[in-house]
Design a protein around this ligand. Structure first.
Ligand code: AOF
Ligand code: ZN
Length: 344
């Protein structure tokens, strides 16, 4: 069973970056002899679900008595597309194997399939399936934007020297992976400090800049590409504008823009996941909201206490007050490594 669920996960990944706010879903159909007769996946929000994509490639009857594998419980509601359960029932499948239940409250596909006499096997590779759709699960259950922080540090946790020199801590190998990670998120988010000091392009279709005092220059590289949302102190007024740039007023809290407000606005804008790429202060401000951290580590030591750290937002005297995370993955991008961590 794992074999086919693995194929579902691989197919699902083909939709990466294009399905939001919908989940990543892949599907494999076997006939009654156990031969794979069709596969499908959800390619884009608004388009066919994985099950429909796979079944529409067949004639009714081809899959009669067969088994359908899918990493997410089939939907049983009318959304942008009709219920997949109806099509599964119409095709006469005997068994449906699913990875995880759908956290969308409108969906109760398992019940509907069982009522139609179809055997449903649940929980196959559930952990992997949940990991693939971690953003969708947080969106559906908590009605909020999923937050990830990406940082690239030396062995001693530094992101720049004391005077801000930071190019390049990690290798090209690691930096290429960052581009792939960015694509998994609906938007990337950075601060005016990063824009003003590094003038990065941060190629992405949607970018968010927290610019409390409106100090960034609209001719900076970051503004030359993508759709941009600039959050600023509600007491100020932007002096210039540019097409593709939306200015959003924000209240101020604890000496910076109110992060809770920013995240709510992003959710209302349909930005379901955000990758924070900035300096120690902003990383610190987002830490209590972070679901996930990507920490690239270069095998280098700066060795200067006044060099800038990846998280720098408070004074701590008791080591037990440290924020604790759980390592979920360690990947080599030699000479660097990537640690993927989740909130404990
Ligand atoms: C997907 N792709 O392959 C599956 C989904 O508006 P709709 O009709 O596209 O419905 C979206 C919901 O359908 C989504 O929130 C999820 O609960 C369910 N399953 N969605 O986009 C799929 N199987
Ligand atoms: Zn569906």
């Amino acid at each position: 069973m794992q074999r086919y669920m693995n194929i579902c996960l691989e197919l699902a990944m083909k939709g990466r970056g294009k399905t939001s706010p919908n989940p990543l879903v892949g599907c494999v159909v076997l006939d009654k002899n156990g031969d794979v007769i069709s596969t499908g996946y959800h390619a884009k929000c608004g388009e066919n679900h994985a099950e429909r994509d796979a079944l529409l490639k067949l004639n009714v009857g081809d899959a009669e008595g067969g088994t359908l594998y899918v990493n997410l419980e089939p939907c049983s509601h009318y959304g942008k597309t009709p219920p997949c359960t109806d099509l599964i029932i119409e095709h006469g499948l005997k068994t449906v194997v699913i990875g995880m239940r759908d956290s969308n409250p409108k969906v109760d596909g398992v019940k509907k399939l069982r009522e139609a006499g179809i055997e449903v096997i649940e929980g196959v590779m559930e952990e992997e399936c949940r990991k693939l759709n971690e953003v969708f699960i947080v969106n559906q259950k908590e009605h909020r934007t999923f937050v990830a922080i990406k940082t690239a540090t030396t062995l001693d946790g530094k992101i720049a020297t004391s005077n801000g020199s930071s190019k390049w801590i990690t290798s090209e190998n690691a930096r290429n992976e960052v581009k792939i990670i960015r694509e998994k998120y609906d938007a990337i988010l950075t601060s005016s400090v990063t824009v003003n000091s590094d003038n990065p392009t941060m190629f992405h279709s949607k970018k968010v800049i927290l610019d409390r005092n409106l100090t960034t220059d609209l001719s900076s590289k970051i503004y030359q590409q993508g759709e941009i949302y600039v959050f600023y102190d509600e007491k100020l007024t932007p002096k210039s504008d540019k097409s593709g740039v939306t200015f959003i007023k924000s209240p101020v809290k604890d000496g910076g823009l109110d992060i809770e407000f920013v995240l709510k606005e992003l959710y209302n804008l349909g930005i379901m996941s955000v990758l924070v790429e900035s300096g120690g202060r902003l990383n610190g401000a987002f830490l209590s909201f972070a679901d996930k951290i990507y920490n690239f580590i270069a095998p280098k030591i700066v060795g200067d206490n006044s060099a800038k750290s990846s998280f720098d937002y408070r004074e701590v005297f008791d080591i037990n007050e440290s924020e604790v995370f759980e390592v979920s993955e360690v990947v080599k991008f030699l000479p660097d490594i990537l640690l993927i961590l989740h909130k404990k």
